[in-house]
Design a protein around this ligand. Structure first.
Ligand SMILES: Cc1cc2nc3c(=O)[nH]c(=O)nc-3n(C[C@H](O)[C@H](O)[C@H](O)COP(=O)(O)OP(=O)(O)OC[C@H]3O[C@@H](n4cnc5c(N)ncnc54)[C@H](O)[C@@H]3O)c2cc1C
Length: 407
């Protein structure tokens, strides 16, 4: 019997899963409720994503080679001189990136359905199909036409507010709320951000995260995030980043305001029965950096690869145990990365004193190289022991100087 798979959500995760499944010749349905969706996002992607996911250069609006870390007392540290020729952080518009990845999955054979999945009916045994209830928007209407589809396996790639996660009782995760304003700047102000991104830290812009100014196609994205989710507080923090970057944003016009949850941890259950969660639905964003695009696409690809492998190219229906192999592989590959970034967040975003220490440390070339290599290539590259020792000594030195370790 031939395997039928539904992938719910056509963001980077869903399209990546659908592409791998379709390439293997598996009957794949990719659901996306809004084909021109512009996911609220900074749109920064690492270099390895461009290579691994074969992304054409024309979907990258800007190649950022310079970063500025800005401390609570406005000490600015420039980062980027350790970058080699051809190395950069890619900045994209999500509607462009998502559209490209989704169209490619469709071209490779996935059946793209412009539909909103409302309900997942779960069978009472491990053989019968799952039934998806959805509104088909192909007639152009918002309410759509009610339809159903039966499949053997479901990949939940429907983001942080995942309905699929709710349907399988995957459990909750803590989340931060990120708030972002898109600001169109006068030409001379925009020129400053040509290939430069800024990260601001301080209690005034976020008590537990960072705030940013990222260059986009013809504007900048100015935003902040916090786990202490409260509407009034977020507005105060956003006012904080606007005040800090005021001179550089002078004459700017707000063209869009957006907010969205960012998961902080994986859900307690990422595979239940023949349903697997990937990307934000599973909780694959990293702490400290809040990075999620690459990890969404990668987790989905790894999940789809396990499906291809255990279904024998679509000839057999994988079991819950088969799908859980994807989780084991994922945790083995990235467990350490998540831990390190988790620790970094709790050490360095604790107070303004620790943040000053953090920015001071970023001036060190070895720290810059290690950070950039880890970000661009997604490997926790162990530095040689001498460099490691130097970095550790510098870290402690910076923390002590700022009296940041005082309780
Ligand atoms: C303000 C902000 C800034 C960020 N900046 C960055 C950054 O610079 N770099 C970075 O790497 N990460 C960033 N992130 C995180 C990043 O946006 C996410 O981790 C990433 O989008 C996750 O991809 P995904 O495919 O799992 O989910 P999503 O991108 O959320 O995609 C889910 C898709 O599913 C669709 N969908 C949802 N429900 C249904 C349904 N019921 N039926 C059909 N379709 C459905 C949605 O329309 C959407 O297209 C940021 C997040 C925020 C909020």
């Amino acid at each position: 019997m031939a395997l039928r798979v539904a992938v719910v959500g056509g963001g980077p995760a869903g399209s990546s899963a659908a592409e791998t499944l379709a390439k293997a010749g598996i009957e794949t349905y990719l659901f996306e409720r809004k084909l021109d969706n512009a996911k609220p996002c900074g749109g920064a992607i690492p270099l390895c994503m461009v290579e691994e996911f074969d992304l054409p250069l024309n979907i990258i609006d800007r190649q950022v080679r310079k970063m500025k870390m800005i401390s609570p007392s406005n000490v600015e540290v420039s980062i980027g001189s350790t970058l080699k020729e051809g190395e950069y952080i890619g900045m994209c518009r999500r509607e462009v990136l998502d559209g490209f990845m989704r169209d490619r999955a469709e071209k490779l054979g996935a059946k793209l359905i412009n539909g909103t999945v409302h309900k997942l009916e779960i069978p009472g045994n491990n053989k019968d199909p799952y039934t998806l209830h959805y509104a088909d928007h192909s007639d152009g209407s918002l309410e759509g036409t009610a339809k159903t589809l039966q499949v053997d396996l479901v990949v939940g790639a429907d983001g942080a507010n995942s309905r699929i996660a709710k349907a399988i009782d995957a459990g909750d995760y803590n989340y931060a709320i990120a708030f972002q304003e898109r600001i169109r700047l006068p030409e001379d102000k925009m020129a400053y951000y040509q290939d430069l991104a800024e990260m601001y830290v301080g209690d005034d812009v976020s008590t537990d995260f960072y705030a940013w100014v990222f260059p986009k196609y013809d504007h900048v994205a100015v935003g902040t995030g916090t786990m202490h989710v409260n509407k009034a507080d977020i507005k105060k923090l956003q006012a904080g980043i606007r005040a800090r970057a005021a001179k550089r944003l002078e004459g700017g016009e707000i063209i869009k305001v957006e907010a969205h949850p960012i998961p902080e941890h994986p859900r307690p259950r990422r595979v239940v029965g023949r349903v697997a969660l990937v990307g934000d639905a599973a909780g694959t964003v990293t702490k400290s950096s809040g990075e999620g695009i690459y990890f969404a696409a990668k987790s989905a690809r790894m999940c789809a690869e396990a499906i291809v492998e255990f279904s024998n190219q679509g000839q057999r229906i994988p079991t819950e145990a088969d799908l859980k192999v994807y989780i084991k592989r994922w945790d083995k590959m990235y467990g350490l990365t998540y831990k390190v970034l988790d620790i970094l967040q709790s050490v360095f975003y604790r107070s303004d004193a620790t943040r000053e220490a953090f920015v001071e440390m970023c001036a060190d070339m070895d720290v810059q190289k290690l950070t950039f290599d880890s970000y661009l290539y997604k490997t926790v590259v162990p530095a040689n022991p001498l460099v490691q020792l130097k970095i550790t000594a510098k870290t402690i030195g910076s923390l002590l100087r700022g009296n940041a370790l005082a309780p």
